[in-house]
Design a protein around this ligand. Structure first.
Ligand SMILES: Nc1ncnc2c1ncn2[C@@H]1O[C@H](COP(=O)(O)OP(=O)(O)OP(=O)(O)O)[C@@H](O)[C@H]1O
Length: 279
């Protein structure tokens, strides 16, 4: 399926434990970079879970992070908004709007308003649909009822859930279906008006229809948000993402336009993974 002529055999990468890397240059200037990492290394105790993760993410694009279980995708993703702070040592730079956000001086809670996170399992609060959306806002700011109403409506519309729940905003969010709950959680993240949305396998716990709805939602959102998504679903990565980064053993092995990764990967190991030969 893929022209292998220029590719090295996968065994070389594994035996050398020094994988060939191909990192596409997104090219600041022509393309606006929303966030980038440099010399990022993440250790859990003695376990260096991420050793090479230099990437630049283009604004208003969807980037998928793919790779076998344990390759470091979630570790990388969670580091981007400092979710690993309490469990890991994170070294290196995470540049966002000209600022290294991987420093002690950063107000992590404020930063997370700009860089939101959605997890694998929908985790609505045991509150009404309305209060799920407004909770974080009312904890840290003053809003009128009218402002909150507008934010609830806008966020739910962006997450493609408004039409289904607009007449029952006082209903418990725990009564929503899995797919609806995940879109509520996306709406909750959007209510904070982030720049960047990080999603860790957001549809892997959902049925195919709900998963497709989440994908549609993400495709609509990318006009306004930079989206970085961890996924095990190669079809999903191919369908929705502009760029794909392939992780292996704590390193980014290949990063390129999604269509190139899925048709003409430059590294044999990437080809092996997307062809289903391991993982
Ligand atoms: N909280 C943690 N504490 C200790 N080790 C961890 C923790 N989270 C991840 N690791 C380890 O870091 C390595 C990378 O894990 P990570 O979850 O980032 O991989 P992944 O590619 O996202 O895998 P998966 O697809 O299974 O979620 C693994 O060896 C894992 O055991």
């Amino acid at each position: 399926m893929v022209n292998n002529i220029d590719l090295k055999p996968a065994s070389e990468f594994i035996t050398e434990n020094k994988p060939e890397r191909y990192i596409y240059d997104v090219g600041a200037g022509d393309h606006e970079i929303a966030i980038s990492t440099k010399n990022l290394q993440v250790s859990y105790g003695q376990n260096l879970a991420l050793s090479e993760g230099d990437l630049s993410f283009e604004r208003y694009k969807i980037t998928s992070l793919v790779g076998a279980s344990g390759s470091g995708k979630s570790t990388f993703l969670r580091s981007l908004n400092r979710m690993n702070d309490s469990v890991a040592t994170v070294k290196g730079n995470i540049m966002y709007r000209g600022v290294d956000i991987n420093t002690k001086a950063i107000d992590v809670y404020e930063m997370r308003r700009h860089i939101g996170m959605v997890f694998q399992r929908p985790n609505p609060f045991a509150k009404s649909i309305y209060n799920n959306i407004t909770f974080a806002l009312t904890q840290r700011g003053q809003y009128t009822k009218q402002e909150l109403d507008e934010i609830v409506e806008t966020s739910l519309k962006q997450a493609a859930l408004w039409d289904q729940v607009k007449d029952e905003l006082d209903k418990s969010a725990l009564a929503l279906s899995g797919g609806q709950a995940q879109r509520l959680v996306i709406a909750r993240a959007l209510a904070l008006k982030p720049d960047i949305l990080l999603l860790d396998e957001p549809s892997s716990a959902l049925d195919p229809i709900s998963s497709a709805q989440v994908e549609d939602t993400l495709l609509k959102l990318k006009n306004q948000y930079t989206i970085i998504i961890v996924t095990h679903n190669m079809q999903q990565a191919a369908r929705i993402s502009d760029y794909t980064a392939f992780f292996h053993m704590g390193k980014v092995i290949e990063y390129d336009l999604t269509r190139k990764i899925f048709t003409r990967p430059k590294v044999e190991l990437t080809n092996d993974y997307i062809s289903g030969n391991f993982g």
